[in-house]
Design a protein around this ligand. Structure first.
Ligand SMILES: [Zn+2]
Length: 271
């Protein structure tokens, strides 16, 4: 990566968000730039180039790719941010030595992405919204579902459990530190989260049959407290032939993954 700049995301309205994006792109734009890539926290319709509905920012039913092409006069690639992160981990990170991988990003939400036989899956891959418990906990944001993986395995979900057990000052980050200090109830909470994560991964492995499952996002910092129980449950849930070979590892690129993936998507847009 040559340069990295960060801007706060304007969330008051879609117009403000787009203006903020325009400014963020225009700032580093030179004649040497051949394409622009965007990683968006929204399901994308790749046929139309539409961003359908983001859960956490004001972006809905917009012809995003067409708008940006017109605005900048350059090829534009767009992709869901978690798909972009998976692509980056596949090309340069934890999955650079395999042909097929899935990635789950555990932060405030739970995103996903898949690379199958070397090709990024350009569909939704909204792995956080698979059902792991019928009629279970309500999902987050604009999602009306219940019992979705996202309701159980994110940093937000961990923070809620931690606050209920230890008081409002204890968030997901502090929960992991308590586990480090040997607090048995903290370890137990993280174990429960990991087991649910393993159930979700088991379903995904039975669909995609990947060699590797990469766990990224801020809550991946919980490490083996969640990954070890996830591995146990995965071995139970995955079909014979898949469960023995698949490994669960942590992502390597950190917060740069989404950015690097958006760059890769821009290269794809040039063709
Ligand atoms: Zn959901």
């Amino acid at each position: 990566m040559e340069k990295r700049r960060e801007h706060a995301t304007p969330t008051a309205s879609q117009d403000e968000l787009l203006t903020g994006l325009d400014e963020a792109v225009e700032e580093p734009l030179t004649d040497e730039i051949a394409a622009v890539g965007f990683g968006l926290p929204s399901p994308i319709d790749q046929r139309s180039g539409q961003a359908l509905q983001a859960v956490n920012i004001p972006l809905k039913d917009i012809d995003f790719r067409a708008r940006m092409k017109e605005r900048f006069g350059l090829p534009v690639g767009i992709e869901n941010d978690a798909n972009a992160a998976a692509y980056a981990e596949f090309q340069f990170g934890a999955a650079r030595d395999v042909e097929s991988m899935i990635m789950l990003t555990l932060g405030t939400g739970c995103g996903g992405g898949a690379v199958i036989d070397g090709n990024l899956f350009r569909g939704w891959a909204e792995f956080g919204h698979i059902v792991i418990e019928y009629d279970g906990l309500p999902c987050q944001g604009t999602c009306t579902g219940r019992g979705h993986l996202e309701a159980y395995v994110t940093g937000v979900a961990a923070g809620k459990l931690a606050a209920a057990e230890f008081g409002p000052a204890v968030d997901a980050h502090r929960l992991v530190r308590l586990a480090d200090e040997g607090e048995p109830r903290a370890i137990e909470i993280l174990d429960g989260i990991g087991r649910r994560l393993g159930a979700g991964i088991g379903s995904l492995v039975n669909i995609f049959n990947p060699e590797l499952v990469v766990i990224g996002g801020g809550f991946a910092a919980a490490g083996d407290y969640i990954l070890e129980p996830a591995r146990q449950i995965l071995r139970r849930e995955a079909l014979a032939g898949a469960g023995e070979r698949v490994r669960i590892v942590r992502a390597e690129l950190g917060t740069a993954a989404g950015l690097i993936g958006a760059g890769l998507v821009a290269f794809d847009a040039v063709g």
